[in-house]
Design a protein around this ligand. Structure first.
Ligand code: ADP
Length: 917
């Protein structure tokens, strides 16, 4: 027996059959069985160790024939008497205890007066024969299985395994049979395929995961699992076998146990007593070995495919320099990426693919790898097909593998153009940023936190150009030294706040390398670690020297302006659109009889009449961002003063939506000028009256003459005694009319001679024409001047002073009269006329005064409105008439102009029609 058989035998509990303790010897041989027979073949006596295993026969008086001890089929071998058997080998099967059979072989020989049958146990011999038979069958089936599995298509593999499991199961009567392989992760076991006899309970299914219990089995030999006497460590395995008897055959290769053939509901001792351990191992390997080979091949193939596609996708591939030769082998994908036809080329050809700029470095690194085994890591460009193209970058890596005899250089090339290009872009962006920071008035710094203090650790390159300092010059202590003494406390405060609150903003002065101080705006943030402890501070220094100095200058200039404003003799103030003062200087306060401090909040309109205030506010509404300035003369009723005239200039301040939010105003007291102007107008008026004296005398003479005539006539009648009441009444009425007429002239003269009103009034310019005519018409006609008055009866109103407009009209008519009379002096046939007419449009009304006095010398046209310009003899003309008239019309917002018409001068008074007309 071989050692394996012994082991197997032990496993199969066959020890009772094949190995037994020798029986206690009597007078007997050491081995076998000796039987003493009589001549008829009846058993007289037995001796030898096997005697005890025979089925005990009941004691008989007569010896029993030998055939009674034998199994039926053996009786044939002992036909007749012992003498007949002499010289023959006898194979006899004895019935044993417990239905066992004892296979014995022996021969008969004469012994005394009987026969001695000497028999030996031949059971082992028979078992071996059986085993050999089963072994052969096993070999055949195993060969068929392997053959089937090797030759089938890859898709048929699971089906073939199922089929072959069925073959094995049916041959050796195995109810459930399965092949378990390691799962994909090689961490647990999984049923690859299983077969189940139609009458067997289900134990497994295809693809079932078993976990790791099988690992606890001893993988060097088949494992028998006894349903009732399962070992402790097997109990987990037992679950796999459904708590039935089981049998597990391992298959191992160089990786260890890689498959189990599992037999369920199977008592191997009884079902397949003649299959040896080797046979079972053989069967398992016939199934597992080719299957695993095929599966690994498939896996390998898939991996290869994956690798290939991965390489193609990545633009990468392996390269290899086998042995000592000059040849380089490239992965097909790499050859394709390099646009090479062949995958095998010389090292020199390979190097030719590399850009000349990188080629020598690559050669040198390759050399170092070949000679000294230094790992190769390099980024190289490919030799570009044309120079226009952006270069293709490859990362080349390589190392030495294999032992001294089979030394190979292997590595890969990976297309890193994307990364390289990005790197270059990033580097360019970085450089730009660095450049920007370096050229900006900003320094980025990092301060490390250590034991409650912040130590400068990094400054951006802009530190040098900005402050002329380097990191070494900026240690914590040196930095304090460089701070302006007045600002050191600010800096300490800044650090404390930064550590406490996590961020800070401070402004202090720092001395640069030349000794000049820079104002730095410092904004810093504290970075903390996961535990919330400070790690470092990151901050920015912004050089705000210019801005700070500018702000300083602005402050100074503001101060200067403030002084200027306060000391200015002009009134300066700011007020809101509702006329509430927000600021006013001392001169304004003086006029308003208070202190500058009392001014804010005072309503500027307090000193204006309702009309003035309305006009003032109206003027403000005309201010726009494009046209923010307006100047006007305003009149106010100041406390304790009769009347004040201010020339007032407003500048509007607007918000972004164009809304007026404030007005800045400068004012000058114009009252004195106004007064003298008024006086001038007044004197001019008086002068006009004086000039009109002749006309006026005529004007008054006329009614006086009429009255005298009436009185003379009445007196004549009275002296005649012819006094009729009707006649008298008529005459007296006429006299009364004339008295009224004279009174009207005198009244008007009185009115005209009065000073103008303070405020402008609304009036119809036609009334001024009427007034003028009442004063002048008679006189003019008396001088033979034809007055042509057109209808001026339209309703229109202008703002100003009616007496002043009359004064202008009188001036124009008197001037015209003078020109006409002096012309008639030269030509007595001349027929002088003065024409007065008016017209209006939507905005303006125009009054024309035209004569046929020959006009004004064109060279003088420009100058006639100048004060004291006159062509009249000294003592006659004053030269003020037109200039005062011009001022009056201008003051009413109008314009006085002159042109020469065909026959004479034509003056035009243009006046704006009052808005509320
Ligand atoms: P005065 O009448 O005292 O000379 P004015 O200012 O009224 O002063 O007139 C200035 C000058 O304009 C006159 O001297 C005269 O030469 C000229 N002038 C004014 N009106 C007329 C007119 N209608 N025709 C011709 N010349 C005129």
């Amino acid at each position: 027996m071989t050692a394996g058989d012994k082991l197997f035998g032990r496993l199969l509990k066959r020890s009772a059959v094949v190995a037994h303790e020798p029986l206690e010897p009597l007078v007997s041989p050491m081995l076998g069985l000796h039987i003493h027979l009589d001549d008829d073949g009846a058993v007289l006596q037995m001796a030898g160790p096997l005697r005890h295993v025979l089925e005990q026969q009941k004691p008989h008086a007569q010896p029993l024939p030998l055939s009674d001890y034998l199994l039926a089929h053996s009786c044939l071998a002992i036909e007749g008497q012992p003498s007949d058997w002499q010289g023959q080998l006898l194979d006899l099967d004895f019935a044993c205890l417990g239905d066992q059979v004892l296979h014995l072989r022996g021969w008969a020989q004469r012994w005394g007066n009987g026969w001695l049958l000497q028999l030996m146990d031949i059971a082992d011999l028979l078992i071996e024969r059986q085993q050999a038979r089963h072994h052969d069958a096993c070999q055949v089936i195993a060969g068929q299985i392997s053959e089937q599995l090797r030759s089938c298509g890859p898709l048929r593999l699971p089906a073939i395994v199922s089929e072959q499991l069925q073959v094995i199961a049916q041959r050796w009567h195995i109810p459930c049979l399965a092949l378990a392989l390691l799962d994909e992760q090689e961490q647990g076991w999984q049923i690859y395929r299983q077969f189940q006899a139609h009458d067997a309970p289900t134990l497994w299914h295809d693809g079932q995961r078993l976990g790791t219990p099988l690992d606890s089995l001893n993988g060097t030999a088949p494992q028998r699992l006894d349903a009732h006497h399962g070992l402790n460590e097997h109990s987990r395995v037992q679950i796999i076998f459904g708590n039935a008897d089981g049998f597990a055959v391992p298959y191992s290769d160089d990786r260890g146990v890689v498959a189990w053939l599992l037999c369920g509901f199977y008592d191997v001792d009884h079902a397949a007593p003649y299959l040896t351990v080797r046979d079972w191992m053989w069967l398992a390997s016939s199934l597992a070995a080719p299957l695993l080979g095929r599966l690994r091949e498939q896996q390998h193939h898939r991996q290869h495919e994956r690798l290939e596609s991965l390489q193609t996708l990545l633009g990468t591939g392996w390269w290899e320099i086998p042995g000592v030769g000059d040849a380089v082998q490239l992965a097909p994908s790499l050859a394709a990426a390099l646009q090479l036809q062949a995958t095998r080329l010389t090292q020199e050809e390979w190097l030719t693919q590399i850009h000349p700029a990188d080629r020598e470095e690559m050669r040198s690194c390759l050399h170092a790898l070949q000679q000294r085994g230094e790992p190769l890591t390099l980024s190289v460009r490919l030799h570009p097909a044309d120079n226009e193209q952006a270069p293709t970058w490859f990362r080349v890596q390589g190392q030495v593998t294999g032992n001294a005899e089979h030394r190979r250089l292997v590595g890969f090339m990976l297309d890193i153009s994307d990364i390289k290009n990005q790197q270059q872009l990033a580097a360019a962006a970085h450089a730009r940023l660095d450049n920007l920071i370096a050229s900006s008035p900003a320094v980025i710094y990092v301060q490390h936190y250590a034991e409650g203090a912040l130590q400068p650790a990094f400054f951006s390159a802009s530190l040098q150009p900005l402050l002329g300092l380097r990191l070494e010059d900026c240690s914590a202590a040196a930095l304090i030294e460089r701070l302006h003494p007045e600002d050191r406390e600010v800096y300490f405060q800044r650090t404390r706040q930064l550590l406490r609150e996590g961020s800070v903003r401070a402004r202090y002065r720092l001395r640069d390398s030349r000794g000049d101080y820079h104002w730095l705006l410092d904004e810093a943030k504290l970075l903390r670690n996961d535990l919330g402890l400070p790690v470092e501070a990151v901050g920015l220094w912004l050089d705000v020297t210019d801005a700070t100095l500018a702000a300083e200058r602005i402050k100074q200039s503001e101060e200067r302006y403030r002084i200027l404003v306060e000391d200015s003799p002009a009134m300066i103030c700011r007020y809101r659109p509702d006329l509430t003062l927000t600021f006013g200087n001392r001169p304004l306060a003086n006029y308003l009889e208070c202190t500058p401090e009392q001014l804010p909040g005072i309503d500027l309109g307090t000193w204006m009449s309702d009309e003035q205030r309305a006009a003032f506010v109206q003027r403000l509404t005309l201010l726009t961002p494009d046209n923010p300035v307006s100047t006007a003369e305003i009149s106010l009723q100041l406390p304790g003063r009769e009347h004040a005239w201010w020339v007032w200039s407003d500048r509007g301040v607007f918000d972004e939506r164009g809304q007026l939010i404030e007005v800045q105003a400068v004012g000058r007291d114009n009252t004195e000028v106004r007064r003298s102007q008024q006086q001038l107008t007044q004197s001019a008026k008086m002068a006009t009256l004086g000039e009109m004296a002749t006309g006026l005398a005529h004007e008054i003479n006329q009614p006086l003459n009429v009255m005298r005539m009436a009185i003379v006539n009445v007196l004549k009648r009275l002296s005649n005694g012819d006094v009729q009441v009707d006649y008298l009444t008529d005459k007296l009425n006429r006299i009364d009319a004339q008295v009224q007429r004279a009174a009207k002239v005198v009244d008007h003269m009185r009115v005209f001679g009065r000073r103008s009103e303070i405020e402008q009034q609304l009036f119809n310019p036609a009334s001024a024409i009427e007034g003028t005519l009442s004063l002048l018409a008679e006189g003019m006609r008396g001088k033979g001047v034809d007055l042509r008055i057109s209808d001026t009866g339209f309703q229109v109103q202008v703002r100003g002073y009616v007496d002043q407009l009359e004064q202008v009209l009188i001036n124009l008519m008197v001037n015209a009269r003078d020109a006409l009379l002096s012309k008639r002096e030269k030509d007595s046939s001349f027929k002088p006329w003065i024409s007065i007419y008016a017209e209006r449009d939507d905005l303006k009304v125009r009054l024309w005064v035209e004569d046929n006095g020959g006009g004004i010398d064109p060279r003088l046209l420009e100058r006639i409105f100048e004060p004291f310009f006159t062509t009249k003899p000294i003592g006659v003309g004053t030269g003020l008439g037109l200039s005062v008239s011009y001022g009056i019309i201008d003051n009413m917002g109008g314009l006085l102009s002159v042109r020469n018409s065909v026959e004479g001068a034509r003056f035009c008074i243009e006046l704006p029609i009052a808005a509320d007309d």
